[in-house]
Design a protein around this ligand. Structure first.
Ligand code: HEM
Length: 484
């Protein structure tokens, strides 16, 4: 029985393979040899350090090259060609791959991240952005919510022994997202916190290599095997999390969460079916927790690894703030802290390949024909570590974002710096992420000096040693704090 099943699946794959290989238009970009039959370059690519392999291939094949994954061609875009794809010709490249796993996860593409750019996608982005701005109260309200959670988090840093800062940061980041999405301030042992943590933990597996065959033969999900269980567990965690957020946010009488914003905008003439609400809150919750937690964790490691940078940050805090708590507006008088944050985003490039795009029409990029419906990977890690744009890229150097007077280089002079993507699909959480990172790092270094776990044993963070899950992950480490 098992053999027959295997033979059946193999024949289906073969039919899809032959159909795709001979019936579709082909991309003319160069690339590595096709690799294994049917799998193509899959085994070379689904390495946890794929971002390094992609940079090696860039040296060999140039800024635009193609890979074969299963039955599909995928185009990897590098260097300043990424700007053309995301910004200059963003409309042509602004699609998302309509794969089976994202369809299942997002309840038939009811999600900002996975939906094609249609009118529902636009409405979802608008509502989510309103929600992130808290009804037009904007930055001030986000600041207030954030500072409350940050102060609670930093109390947990007041320890004499060495500790891993990850859990305290994660609780703080989740706490802020819960207030934004439900309007409620909850403690870290509330079931919703736990459900978000479970989803955060399992979600990367749902889109890992082990379950990638589900995109080609989705009904295999119904057969019992280990990979399917991993995927189903992740889906279960996502469903539990979204139901809880939905229930809490719709029953909030103050209407200050995402459901309140949704109703207010809908009653203003917008008409978006309520079935989109769960997917949107997933976008905000998953997009808004894992990314910021990981980024802050790496910035703490860098602060310990580079004591001179830490000293400069503290000097600036002393001069500009003294003992006063920061507001986001203070960043304008704190160019070194700003440069430190930008360099942290560059150095880590946690969204190493952004979110895969898809061409919405036949296009030509740097002389290469790419047919409609081709998956595009913008190699942001490669761009941010490309000598042509960031000399000496593996050295952590906030000064690269400052001019000779110590002022921040203007945004239009760093257009090839795109940690949040760019153009029409740019990250909706960029401002929230920056506010939390700025307020957190400033308050942290105002209160504490950060030291290695033991003398001579700093975290030694090197982004080349990261592993790529949904975002880049660095190894766990411990620090000590000294109260200032
Ligand atoms: C350091 C923190 C963050 C980084 C580095 C980051 C990076 C990115 C990148 C590179 C993309 C893909 C853009 C593209 O496809 O071209 C993206 C998309 C997205 N991000 Fe973020 N992000 C961060 C924080 C957040 C936060 C806080 C939220 C929500 C509260 C969020 C929600 C989203 C959503 C919903 C999308 C999909 C947008 C769309 O497809 O239209 N992100 N992000």
């Amino acid at each position: 029985m098992l053999f027959e099943l295997f033979a059946f699946c193999a024949s289906i794959l073969l039919v899809i393979f032959v159909f795709n290989r001979y019936s579709r238009k082909k991309c003319t970009a160069p690339g590595p040899p096709h690799g294994l039959p049917i799998l193509g370059n899959l085994l070379q690519v689904f390495d946890k350090q794929v971002f390094l392999k992609l940079c090696d291939w860039q040296k060999e094949f140039g800024d635009v090259y193609k890979l074969n994954l299963f039955t599909e061609e995928v185009v990897v875009v590098n260097g300043d060609a990424i700007y053309d794809v995301l910004v200059t010709s963003g409309d042509d490249y602004g699609g998302r791959v309509q794969a089976a796993r994202s369809k299942m996860y997002s309840n038939d593409f009811r999600s900002i991240t996975f939906r094609q750019p249609d009118k529902e996608w636009k409405a979802m982005r608008r509502i989510a952005q309103k929600c992130l701005k808290q009804y037009g109260e904007g930055v001030a309200n986000i600041e207030r919510i954030s500072m409350e959670e940050i102060r609670e988090c930093l109390d947990k840093f007041d320890k004499t022994e060495a500790f891993d800062p990850y859990h305290a940061i994660n609780d703080m980041v989740i706490g802020i997202i819960i207030i934004i999405s439900t309007g409620l301030k909850l403690s870290a042992d509330d079931p919703l916190h736990q459900k978000i943590k479970r989803a955060e933990k399992l979600f990367p597996f749902a889109f890992g290599v082990d379950t990638s065959y589900l995109d080609v033969v989705p009904w295999l999900r119904n057969l019992p095997n280990k990979a399917t269980k991993v995927f189903n567990d992740a889906m279960d965690a996502a469903r539990q999390m979204e139901s809880e957020i939905f229930q809490r946010s719709t029953s909030n009488v103050e209407k200050s969460g995402i459901a309140g914003v949704f109703d207010a905008i809908n009653s203003n003439g917008e008409s978006l079916d309520k079935s989109f609400l769960k997917g949107m809150s997933n976008d905000i919750t998953i997009g808004g927790t894992m990314t910021t937690t990981t980024q802050i964790k790496s910035m703490i490691a860098l602060t310990v690894d580079y004591p001179k940078v830490q000293q400069k940050l503290q000097d600036e805090i002393e001069t500009v703030l003294g003992q006063r708590l920061p507001t986001y507006e203070d960043r304008r008088s704190m160019p070194y802290m700003e440069a430190f944050m930008l360099e942290g985003l560059r150095y880590m490039s946690e969204a190493a390949l952004a979110v895969p795009h898809e061409t919405l029409k036949d296009v030509t990029l740097r002389g290469n024909f790419i047919p409609k419906g081709t998956q595009i990977w913008p190699n942001l890690y490669g761009l941010h570590h490309d000598e042509r744009f960031f000399p000496d890229p593996y050295t952590f150097k906030p000064e690269r974002f400052l001019d000779s007077k110590g002022e921040l280089i203007p945004a239009d002079e760093r257009k090839f710096f795109m940690p949040f993507g760019g153009g029409k699909r740019v990250c909706i959480g960029e401002q929230l992420a920056k506010i939390r990172m700025f307020l957190f790092m400033t308050t942290l270094l105002q209160r504490y000096t950060l030291c290695p776990e033991r003398d001579g044993c700093p975290p030694n963070y090197d982004s080349r040693k990261s592993v790529l899950g949904l975002v880049m992950q660095m190894h766990p480490y411990k620090i000590k704090t000294i109260k200032r």
